[in-house]
Design a protein around this ligand. Structure first.
Ligand SMILES: [Zn+2]
Length: 215
């Protein structure tokens, strides 16, 4: 982390690529900035991405310069408009999250770590064509009150307060989707009860997340 938004965002994109989270460059990242957001360009490639390639744009879609923003910019803008706590957004087509999203299923309370994303489940937004205002609207609604949602027949999106937080959230959501699919392949997982999830949510609210929940 350098504290420079452009450099840090390049770091985030590269790190996610190295960890196999951006399969074939399918995904994008952004960070809230003073007058809108900074987002990866369309046709982004981790090998050649430079800080100057990132596109500074208003949440209305206006931007200066010749480099076009990711085709999914509206997805990011809708979430920044709707969620004041969103500072960094990661959108990926990571394998297991995408597989689950293709079943058009919410990720239910099969594990207490679901509470990390702010509720008793991680919802799956209904399908809409990529890059459309309709998809942005559906995703903003599905992620409301949470920090992540799945996107039907597409992938997932999550937000956090920091670059590191967003990277870890994406990796942990992908792991939870993998674990849920494994459990489904072996049988029918017992879901935690609302009372059990409320207790987990209360723990997350009271204690530092990393120290208390990774045991
Ligand atoms: Zn996408």
């Amino acid at each position: 982390m350098t504290g420079d938004l452009r450099q840090d965002l390049v770091w985030l994109y590269r790190e996610l690529t190295q960890r196999g989270m951006l399969v074939g460059s399918s995904g994008n990242v952004s960070a809230r900035s003073d007058d809108g957001m900074l987002i990866t360009p369309t046709g982004c490639d981790a090998a050649t991405l430079k800080p100057a390639d990132l596109v500074q744009m208003r949440l209305s879609g206006a931007y200066d310069g010749a480099i076009r923003p990711s085709s999914e910019w509206e997805l990011h803008a809708a979430i920044y408009r709707d969620a004041p706590n969103a500072q960094v957004i990661v959108h990926t087509h990571a394998d297991h999250a995408t597989a689950l999203a293709c079943l058009n299923r919410d990720l239910p309370a099969f594990h207490y770590n679901i509470a990390e994303f702010g509720g008793e489940d991680v919802r799956c937004a209904p399908y809409a064509t990529f890059g459309t205002p309709e998809l942005a609207r559906l995703a903003a609604a599905a992620i409301r009150g949470r920090t992540a949602c799945l996107l039907a027949n597409h992938g997932m999106i999550c937000h956090a307060a920091t670059m590191n937080g967003a990277m870890e959230a994406a990796i942990r959501l992908e792991a939870l989707c993998r674990q849920y699919l494994l459990a489904l392949a072996a049988g029918l997982p017992r879901l935690l009860t609302p009372t059990e999830m409320q207790a987990a949510l209360a723990r997350y609210a009271t204690y530092g997340q990393r120290q208390e929940t990774n045991g």
